[in-house]
Design a protein around this ligand. Sequence first.
Ligand code: ADP
Ligand code: ZN
Ligand code: ZN
Length: 847
Amino acid sequence: MTGRHLQPRLLDTDPPQSEESGCENAGPFVQVIVDQPGRALDMELTYSVPADLEGDLQVGSYVLAPLGRRRVPGWVVGFAEAPPGVRIRPIAHLLVDGPVFDARGLELARWMARHYLAPLRDALRCLLPPGAGRDTRTFVALTDGGAQTSAGDLSRAPRQQQVFEAVREAGEEIDLADLQASVAQADRSATASVVTSSVNALAERGLVRVRRALSPPRVQALRRQVARLDGDRDWAEIIMQTQPRAPRQAEALQELLAAEDGAPVAELNRGAVNALADKGLVIVADETVRRIPERAELYGQEREFLCLTGDQQCAFDRIDAALQVRRFEGVVLHGVTGSGKTEVYLHAIQAALARGRGAIVLVPEIALTPQMVGRFRARFGERLALLHSALSPGERFDEWARIERGRADLVVGARSAIFAPLADIGVIVIDEEHERAYKQDGPPRYHALEVARLRAQQHDAALVMGSATPSLETYHAAERGTDGLSLCHLPTRIDDRPLPEVEIIDLRGETLMGTGGTFSQRLLDALEGCLERGEQGMLFLNRRGYSTFVMCRNCGYTLRCEDCSVSLIYHHDTRDMRCHHCDFALPMPEQCPACRSEDIGFHGLGTERVADQVGREFGLARVLRMDRDTTARKGAYADILGRFAAGEANVLIGTQMIAKGHDFPDVTLVGVLNADTGLNRADFRASEATFQLLTQVAGRAGRADKPGRVLVQTYNPGHIAITSASRHDYESFYTAELANRRENMYPPFARLINLTIADEDEDRALATARTLAYELQERGLAHRRGAMQFVGPARAPLAKLRGRYRYHLLLKGRSIEELRAALLEALDALGDDAAAVTVDVDPLDMM
Ligand code: ADP
Ligand code: ZN
Ligand code: ZN
């Protein structure tokens, strides 16, 4: 900010009164988006700027504005001419000093709102510190002048003197609320507003300054008391002497002796600790617990930058050249697992930081990649900030603040980290760019890849997208050089380690072993061999829970969720049937609810059941399981991965979570129990997703010197997704699938918008869907043909979700702009019924 105000910043002391009074429509005027939910308020409102805020307001200012009879927070998004003849109300006041986003942020939000048909408010919220409430806080501190003034100079104004001393005593900045409390404690007549007036008077004299900021989310105590033994003494002797008279104290001493570096007082007997402190045996200190987001440091990693191979250097050079001349450049890094992509990212980041610019690294799910985070941490240390949803709100707020203040210039995080408030970005890395996790499934339904492209363009940065299995859209664009993208290949693993051999096991006609039919003979033998050699194995299966469903063998009845159109899944640990889409659960019934037969059985496989079986049937197996159920607790991922890496177990069983970039040198066998579950999804990307997943899973075996073996069980041994994944052959899959997409007019040959119409009343849902289809037809969309088409309306694959019936319409078009324009008009024509419609632009989830 410039030194615009010679005037001190003052606080609001009076309750809101007739704000409009005396306000003539004289400029300037600002446009405000109010921070209120709902589409009705998704528009810019015009307010006038009161005299005391003139010069203070800018794009990104967080203000309080009158709306009806209330005052609501909102953001300034522009300046305006007042429409003639309309009485404009003034902004009530400024909530936070300095803008909470800048012009580039606003441009990004406007793009998201337009592209994804989302309220601008939702898009703007992405730019704010995560977890920050709408609350703001005010801080008061002495100015330099104030620091040189003695309180005695204020003797003619005792109230101000009192407040001034309280600010001085606080040392640094003091929260206005704390200041009010501390003054009131000394003098009950000093009400909050009296203190505020005094602060204003002191500010006008230039003795204190006032700062307003967004309030961080409420967090748990950051400080704790830690007790330590005092000095080096013969503690055994002391404990013996203490024991008879004060057994509690002796016990506390014992615990402190066992603890390496003290113990939190909260975990000991407080009375005993106090007594020991009085005797001078124990020291109690107040310590700040720094919130360290990740236990990534568990993984020791090399600190040195490795010398790049020729292929790596080639990719790096392209990124470095873009950094040198400061221009946008998109590099798609297509490299098999273990080909050294991460090392290229590390070098690229290093190059950006060396030029004084920042970097963002996105990973699909950070909790799944502790090793990668450990590698970044080892190279860049404290400059790294982590941002992801598994952090507590306080942790995220802290990390965000470090970035904003320039203390951290490398941000590693999940999807939303793309909005990190770096002032100058040199490189954005998106690892595993094909992952669905990059698409947000609530408004604004943005894709982080698209946002990243825009941000990279705004900052003239390099955008690096890495994957062993790039999405068809990305690869197609890179291959043709559209969207400023180009392609780099890392075709071999470092040191030419071989890719693991993948064997396809045809399940047709196999007799499967294990209850529920889990293992083919070949997989059984392989797992036994692996365990006998003392090596590790991973078993992959796409379903959590015990079994996939429970069916009556007498009448065929299956238990389904009452609110969602899906089967309930049995969970053995809790002995209940649960819906995986909502939180509906039922105790496991003893007899069939339909025919009262007691012959109810489990069908299909879940991770829990397989883990159970393997534990029972393989003598040598020590099993760990990783899925959404076992990782609900914070830190559980790192815990399970750490235990597996440490050899605590020799079999890891899990869902796609175990398919991601972990690097376990002792894993020599990977078994895929059911490669088909993904293929049967009602989604045109089912084949691509299966190919990607199998390739990922296969990459887990034989990462170090021991050769790896991958066994894939399937009922579709000839499917292109399975055969090409087994040969590690991206190109074949790409070519075949591309032809398929072209023929059926799917991306990359068309853009899609998925419309879901949900209603508690099924007839009304269908009626709305039909009206919408009609309105779209009126605007040039044709049913299943032409350059703009729609498919449906049809029941969504997930036909009922949380009590609402769902229909969907899929729009396809060569031009997303034309599709969007037609859709906007059609939604307008729908009026209030449009509230039932969810719009997903460039959808990934078609369920
Ligand atoms: P990816 O990200 O493609 O899976 P990594 O960057 O993790 O590949 O590299 C795989 C392994 O090879 C790692 O153990 C890494 O330390 C090592 N590595 C990567 N680049 C080099 C290099 N230039 N020289 C030596 N080892 C390397
Ligand atoms: Zn029955
Ligand atoms: Zn449900």
